[in-house]
Design a protein around this ligand. Structure first.
Ligand code: ATP
Ligand code: MG
Length: 410
């Protein structure tokens, strides 16, 4: 038997000329998130959608809770617009709630179909009375119910007892693309999540210092990218071999400036990748004052070499707030696995916390920036990551396009 989930979408975004584009992207994202669910049908309507399917409804809802643009979800029964059919389903829902120990309810009906013989208030009473007659010991309380049974009478009638919050945000793919500097830490995956949530397609760039950081640390980053893919549908991760650059910085630059110059090299590579892949912004997990490289002066010094706007969605957040979000989105457990990050390898003993730009320029003057950038890009690779895991990997500069990226809509 087919089951139905009703989803609601943000009303503001549905207004105006953007609506068709928004709906098309949302529909595509829903279909992608549920691609292996049997007998799937997705119908968009104004301000809402219906997903019909067979199989595990809990799984369908869990996946929809990661599709941005979805404001809330309800498992619903759809019946012909007839009182008896509505009453029967409402009773079924209430019986289920009673098994969970709930006793106080109300019915909230809405008649959108004008020729249905009972008005909304009348319907509340007709359905409520039917429930009270059939299940002893229940109570109606319109102000503080434990359960609200919703009845909507449209072309069909819909009956449901749950409204589950969705993730909100805007459908992935309705804004542009951005390049996320993705470390294995707590912050950058959260920053990525927040930008994906605004409709942006995020690609990741990770700076990898093999053999100073082992394969385990890369696996951890891939796993974080995979978690982000559960929200975005897929995730492209560029893995940059960064060791030669770090060695060159070590050789040519004063120690106090290692970190800041390393950051500038990261930015420069991110610029190239952003250009190559048609991005419009860079994203980092920086939070003001969290570490020496995140003071206002340090951020100025990294920003100076950025050729795109740099989005720092965590800039004003405390660590505790970031951790809470990391836990909520499911990246925290992976982030705290104890594998070292490239930055922990070449850490100066006394990093400059307030670097002055002229001093940074002087510290960087013997570094062969251009050749280092070219070499790093040539040596690196790109991974296509799906929620299930890595799908394929190839040299970064081979510019392979992802199969089925466009035109998967029937
Ligand atoms: P995170 O928890 O994201 O690692 P952090 O608190 O450790 O952040 P830093 O190590 O100073 O802070 O890094 C600041 C930002 O620089 C990170 O949020 C990330 O965007 C970027 N970054 C740092 N290291 C790397 C790396 N190895 N690869 C890609 N990006 C990195
Ligand atoms: Mg870090």
């Amino acid at each position: 038997m087919k089951q139905i989930v009703l989803g609601r979408v943000g009303e503001i975004t549905l207004k105006g000329l953007n609506r068709p584009r928004f709906e098309k992207a949302l529909r595509q994202n829903i279909r992608r998130a549920l691609k292996d669910i049997p007998a799937l049908e997705v119908k968009m309507e104004k301000g809402r959608f219906y997903v019909e399917h067979e199989g595990d409804q809990q799984e369908v809802i869990e996946r929809l809770r990661r599709v941005f643009g979805v404001v809330s979800l309800s498992p619903v029964y759809r019946v012909p617009p007839q009182l008896e059919a509505i009453r029967e389903k409402a009773l079924l829902i209430m019986q289920e709630c009673v098994r969970e120990g709930k006793k106080v309810f109300k019915v909230q009906a809405r008649r959108a179909k004008k020729d249905f013989p009972h008005g909304s208030l009348e319907l509340n009473h007709l359905v409520g009375a039917h429930i009270l007659r059939n299940i002893p010991g229940l109570k109606v309380d319109v102000h503080n119910p434990e359960v609200t049974i919703h009845v909507e009478v449209r072309e069909n009638a819909y009956v449901y007892g749950q409204i589950i919050p969705g993730p909100g945000g805007l459908p992935t793919g309705t804004a542009g693309k951005a390049m996320l500097l993705l470390s294995g830490g707590i912050d950058s995956p959260v920053a990525g999540y927040l930008i994906i949530k605004r409709g942006v397609v995020v690609e990741g760039v990770h700076f990898y210092s093999f053999p100073f950081t082992g394969e385990k640390s890369l696996e951890k980053v891939i796993d974080l990218a995979r978690i982000l893919a559960t929200y975005q549908g897929k995730f492209k991760l560029h893995v940059i071999h960064f060791t030669e650059i770090q060695k060159a910085i070590f050789e040519h630059c004063p120690e106090e400036y290692f970190t800041i110059i390393m950051r500038r090299m990261m930015m420069r590579i991110a610029n190239r990748l952003c250009t190559l892949n048609g991005g419009k912004a860079l994203v980092t997990g920086e939070s003001l004052g969290q570490v020496a490289s995140q003071t206002m002066e340090s951020i100025m010094a990294t920003e100076e070499v950025a050729e795109f706007p740099v989005y720092r969605p965590l800039i004003g957040m405390d660590k505790m707030e970031i951790i809470a979000l990391a836990e909520k989105i499911g990246t925290y457990k992976t982030s705290i696995l104890p594998y070292e990050d490239c930055c922990t390898v070449f850490v100066p003993r006394h990093p400059k916390t307030r670097p002055r730009l002229e001093k940074v320029h002087a510290a960087e003057k013997d570094l062969p920036v251009e050749p280092l950038l070219t070499e790093a890009l040539t040596d690196s690779e790109t991974l296509f990551i799906m929620p299930e895991g890595v799908q394929k990997r190839f040299p970064l500069l081979s510019r392979q396009e992802e199969e089925g990226e466009e035109g998967e809509e029937e």
